[in-house]
Design a protein around this ligand. Structure first.
Ligand SMILES: NC(=O)c1ccc[n+]([C@@H]2O[C@H](COP(=O)([O-])OP(=O)(O)OC[C@H]3O[C@@H](n4cnc5c(N)ncnc54)[C@H](OP(=O)(O)O)[C@@H]3O)[C@@H](O)[C@H]2O)c1
Length: 296
């Protein structure tokens, strides 16, 4: 329910053009906040603009855009209640096959971008005794094959969030991590297109080593997506973390996320390896021709 005191407060949501960011912006506006919704293109700004959803042009890897956001927040009489670091990309390939610039791009968005926005908005959050909500992933706790770059960026975000929480607790700012499992958004389609493009550029040798794994990873990613929750459902969990008076340090989203993060805590590495390999096995392409007869 909207209260007049909440409409006095700002929330920043990055990556609000689609998926969980767009849904979270709508959900928080519905709960009475004025949402500054980060988007990268004018056409997305037009699409997300709504009552109490104000688009701001923001690529979190561009310092000038981040400075402009900080100025927009600093010039507003309303307190900044929360920053939701949601923007993200998923760059998937085996460690050996992913070119270094792609590793860097993954970390620039999923880690350094969030740190830069957090640094810029911390003065306002310290003033308001607000909170930072970082959107991690089940991939912040479990690293599937071909997810080294994505999981690496999310494991790092989890660690940075722990340090930040412990630094800011005495200063009255809360830090919360959200760990979604599968959610139906644009991220899977974009990731699959990037994997397929990369696979097309891989040398014959790398293809021999990893081609089938990549096909299995694509199949599995599609199954996470079709079996995933809606972005609106995920947004309710994120909005609860933004609004709860005493939020938990971490929230999982969806049963798959909850089960896998718990198993990762409980199982020894080798057992987890076997479990993850079994989950991937059914997504491998069926053997054809001579390979099929040899394995029959
Ligand atoms: N969907 C899942 O299953 C899932 C599971 C676990 C965690 N997550 C995490 O949830 C978060 C939201 O993802 P989503 O699933 O909602 O995917 P999505 O629909 O693809 O949304 C990602 C958002 O991030 C934005 N973005 C990408 N690069 C950016 C940059 N450099 N600067 C600013 N914004 C940028 C995108 O903007 P453009 O439209 O301009 O590209 C888009 O608004 C991500 O951090 C993701 O890792 C997703």
């Amino acid at each position: 329910m909207t209260t007049s005191s909440e409409t006095q407060k700002l929330v920043v949501v990055t990556g609000a053009s689609t998926g969980m960011g767009a849904a979270t912006a709508r959900e928080l506006a519905g709960r009475g906040f004025h949402v500054l919704a980060g988007v990268r293109r004018d056409k997305d700004a037009d699409a997300v603009r709504a009552e109490h959803v104000e688009p701001v042009l923001l690529d979190i890897t561009e310092p000038e855009r981040i400075a402009a956001l900080a100025a927009r927040v600093g010039g507003d009489h309303r307190a900044l209640h929360a920053l939701v670091n949601n923007a993200g990309i998923s760059v998937n390939a085996p460690v050996e096959a992913l070119p270094l610039p792609e590793w860097r791009r993954q970390f620039e968005v999923n880690l350094f971008g969030h740190i830069a926005v957090t640094q810029a908005l911390l003065p306002a959050l310290l003033d308001s005794r607000g909170r930072v909500v970082n959107i991690s992933s089940v991939g912040g706790k479990v690293a599937l094959p071909a997810y080294g770059a994505y999981a690496g960026s999310k494991f790092a975000l989890e660690a940075v969030s722990d340090s930040l929480r412990r630094e800011l607790a005495p200063l009255g700012v809360k830090v919360v991590v959200i760990e979604p499992g599968g959610v139906r958004t644009e991220i899977t389609g974009n990731a699959v297109a990037a994997v397929e493009e990369l696979a097309g550029r891989m040398s014959a040798e790398l293809n021999e080593r990893y081609g089938k794994l990549l096909q299995a990873v694509v199949g599995q990613a599609r199954s996470f997506d079709t079996g995933g929750l809606s972005a609106d459902t995920a947004a309710k969990v994120i909005a609860d973390a933004v609004t709860h008076r005493k939020p938990r340090t971490r929230y999982t989203v969806g049963r798959d996320g909850a089960v896998l993060t718990r198993l990762a805590r409980l199982l020894p590495d080798r057992a987890l390896d076997r479990l993850l390999a079994a989950g991937l096995r059914r997504h491998y392409p069926a053997p054809t021709g001579a390979a099929a007869s040899a394995s029959a």
